[in-house]
Design a protein around this ligand. Structure first.
Ligand code: NAP
Length: 509
C-alpha cells in the first residue's frame, strides 16, 4: 500500500507508525496510509520563516502572481489525473471533482491576475494620506506589509484541491510562505498536486510545505508573526483558537466552520416561473453536489405555506430521478461520502434529525461503499425547531421549513442558525427582498439573490468566488477569506507611518 509523505524543508519525508488509513470512498477499501509522527514541525516552520519568507518578500506582487499563474497552469495541465485522484479518494463524480480541481486552478489564476494588476510593488498602501493641520508637510499613511512568519493552513477534508489553493494563493500573493495541512481522510489529491508542482520546479525553497497526517505538536511552535487559517468543524476551530501558544502570542486565527445555510423562497414566486425553476435547481444541486459535503450547501429551505406542497412534490420528483452509485459510472449524480468516518457521522446525523423533523423523502442506500441516502425533511416549528436549526449534517440532507412568508419570520429563522457562510433568496419582489436581504445580512457572509432577471446567469448558491468574501459570523467561524485584494490583509500588518510628505513619498511612492 502507498505511504503518503509530507513535503517539509523541501524534501519528502515519511512519518512513523502508527499510520492512518485513507479509503476508496466508493468501495470503502484502504488505498493509502500516512502518519506525521516523528516529523520535526518546529524545524519546518523555521525553514519557512528563514527561507520562504525572505524569498517572497523580495518579490513584487507581479512576480508572486507569476508564480501562482504557473501553479494554476500545472493544475490545468494535469486536470484528468487530478480528477482521477479525487474520484478514488473522495468518491467524486467527474462534475464534483471539477468543482474542486477547476476551483483550485481558477482561484490561483484569479490571484495571479491580481498580482499583475498590483504590479511592481511589494507592499500595499491602505487608504489615503492623513493630514493633521493646514500644513501638508507633516502627514501619515497607513501601509500593509507581509507578516514575517508562516501562514499555517489547516484544511477540511471536503475540498482537498481548492482549499489548499485558495488559501495558498492569497498568502503567497501577500508575501507569506505556507505550511498546509490537508484533511487526512482525503489527502491524496493535495499530495499529488504538491508533487507535481515540486517536480516541475515551480516551488521556490521554503515557500510551500505540506504536512500529511495529524497536526501533532504543530501549534506548540507557532510564533507571533505567523498566521493561522482553519477550515473545518467549529469544535476543532475552538481548540485551535484556544491553544495556549496561540493565545499567549496573539497569533491571528481565521476560522471557517459549521454553517446552517438557508435558502428562502419569496411568496411572490409563481410555480413554473423562471425564478421557481432556479430555486428548485439550486436546492437539488446543493443537496447532491459533492454528496452535500460543501460548507456552503443549503441545509434549511424556507418555503411559504401556500407553496409548500408543490415545492415538496417537485423536489421529491427531481431527487427520485437522480442516480446514486459509483462516481465513475456515467449518469451518476450522487456519489459516496468521502470515507467511513464521514459516513458514520452523516448516518448518525440523519438518525438524530429524524427525531426532530419528519422525513418527506429518502433515497436508496447502496450496499457497499461510504454512501448516505439523500434525505429531505420537513418541520413546521420554525425558530423552535431543534437540531435542524443547530446541527449541520454534512451530507445530502436538507430540511423544508413551512413559513408564513413574512420577512421578519424568515430573518428570525436565518438568525437562529447562529451565523452562516451563505444564504440564497429567490424572489422578484424588490420590496420583500429588500427587507429579507438587509435583515439576514448581519447573520450571513454572502447572499445569492436569484430572480428572473438573472435566470441562466448566476453562478449558483454554493460557488465561492475568489473576488467575493468567503466566511461568516458566529457559528460559521467569524472569519473571512478571499474577497480579491481584501484577503491579503489577514496576512499583513497594518502600520501608520507619520512623517514629512516628501520623505514619505520617496519610500512609499
Ligand atoms: P475537522 O475534524 O475539524 O478537521 C479539520 C482539519 O483540522 C483537519 O485537517 C484535521 O486534521 C485538523 N485538526 C483536527 N484536530 C485538530 C487539532 N486539535 N489541531 C489542529 N488541527 C486539527 O473537520 P473535517 O471533518 O475535516 O470537516 C468537517 C466539518 O468542517 C464539517 O462538519 C463542516 O461543518 C466543516 N466545514 C466547514 C467549511 C467552511 O468553509 N466553513 C468547509 C468544510 C468543512 P485531521 O484530518 O488529521 O483530523
Amino acid at each position: 500500500m502507498q505511504t503518503l509523505s509530507s513535503f517539509l524543508q523541501d524534501h519528502w519525508v515519511e512519518g512513523q507508525a502508527p499510520f492512518t488509513a485513507l479509503h476508496n470512498a466508493a468501495t470503502g477499501q484502504e488505498i493509502a496510509r500516512c502518519s506525521s509522527r516523528g516529523l520535526d514541525l518546529a524545524a519546518a516552520l523555521q525553514h519557512a520563516r528563514e527561507v520562504g519568507g525572505p524569498t517572497l518578500r523580495a518579490m513584487t506582487f507581479a512576480q508572486r502572481g507569476q508564480l501562482l499563474g504557473r501553479l494554476s497552469a500545472s493544475v490545468g495541465a494535469h486536470r484528468d489525473e487530478l480528477l482521477d485522484h479525487s474520484r478514488l479518494n473522495m468518491g467524486t463524480t467527474r462534475g464534483d471533482g471539477k468543482f474542486d480541481v477547476d476551483g483550485a486552478s481558477g482561484t490561483l489564476a484569479f490571484y495571479a491576475k491580481l498580482g499583475a494588476q498590483l504590479g511592481d510593488r511589494s507592499f500595499l498602501l491602505d487608504g489615503d494620506q492623513v493630514q493633521f493641520s493646514r500644513s501638508k508637510r507633516f502627514v501619515a499613511q497607513h501601509i500593509l506589509t507581509p507578516r514575517t512568519g508562516v501562514a499555517i493552513h489547516i484544511n477540511a477534508f471536503n475540498f482537498p484541491a481548492w482549499n489548499l489553493s485558495e488559501k495558498l494563493a492569497v498568502a503567497v500573493l501577500a508575501g507569506m510562505p505556507v505550511l498546509a495541512k490537508p484533511g487526512t481522510a482525503t489527502a491524496l489529491l493535495a499530495v499529488r498536486m504538491v508533487e507535481l508542482w515540486q517536480r516541475e520546479g515551480l516551488l521556490p525553497p521554503g515557500v510551500l510545505q505540506l504536512l500529511v497526517g495529524s497536526a501533532g505538536d504543530l501549534l506548540d511552535h507557532v510564533g507571533s508573526q505567523d498566521a493561522i487559517v482553519f477550515t473545518g468543524s467549529g469544535a476543532t476551530g475552538q481548540q485551535i483558537r484556544g491553544h495556549k501558544q496561540v493565545l499567549a502570542l496573539n497569533v491571528p486565527v481565521n476560522i471557517e466552520a459549521d454553517s446552517l445555510n438557508a435558502c428562502l423562497l419569496g411568496p411572490d414566486v409563481e410555480p413554473g416561473s423562471d425564478t421557481w425553476t432556479m430555486f428548485l435547481a439550486e436546492v437539488v444541486r446543493e443537496m447532491t453536489q459533492k454528496a452535500g459535503q460543501k460548507c456552503t450547501a443549503i441545509r434549511r429551505i424556507l418555503v411559504p405555506q401556500a407553496l409548500l406542497e408543490q415545492v415538496r412534490e417537485e423536489l421529491v420528483g427531481r431527487l427520485a430521478d437522480l442516480r446514486i452509485g459509483d462516481p465513475g459510472d456515467d449518469g451518476v449524480i450522487l456519489g459516496p461520502l468521502a470515507g467511513p468516518a464521514q459516513q458514520r457521522d452523516v448516518l448518525a446525523g440523519i438518525a438524530e434529525a429524524t427525531k426532530h423533523a419528519q422525513v418527506v423523502w429518502q433515497g436508496p442506500l447502496p450496499l457497499e461503499g461510504c454512501f448516505a441516502p439523500a434525505t429531505l425533511l420537513q418541520t413546521e416549528r420554525g425558530i423552535d425547531a431543534e437540531y435542524v436549526n443547530d446541527h449541520e449534517v454534512f451530507g445530502p440532507v436538507a430540511t423544508l421549513f413551512a413559513v408564513s412568508g413574512q420577512p421578519a419570520e424568515a430573518v428570525a429563522i436565518v438568525a437562529r442558525g447562529g451565523g452562516s457562510l451563505a444564504a440564497s433568496v429567490f424572489s422578484d419582489d424588490v420590496a420583500w427582498s429588500r427587507q429579507v436581504l438587509l435583515g439576514i445580512a448581519p447573520h450571513t457572509g454572502r447572499i445569492y439573490w436569484g430572480s428572473a432577471k438573472v435566470f441562466d446567469q448566476g453562478v449558483g448558491h454554493g460557488a465561492v468566488m475568489p473576488s467575493l468574501v468567503h466566511g461568516g459570523p458566529g457559528k460559521a467561524g467569524g472569519g473571512e477569506e478571499l474577497g480579491g485584494e481584501r484577503g491579503l490583509r489577514f496576512y499583513s500588518q497594518r502600520t501608520a507611518i507619520q512623517g514629512d510628505t516628501q520623505m514619505l513619498k520617496a519610500i512609499l511612492g
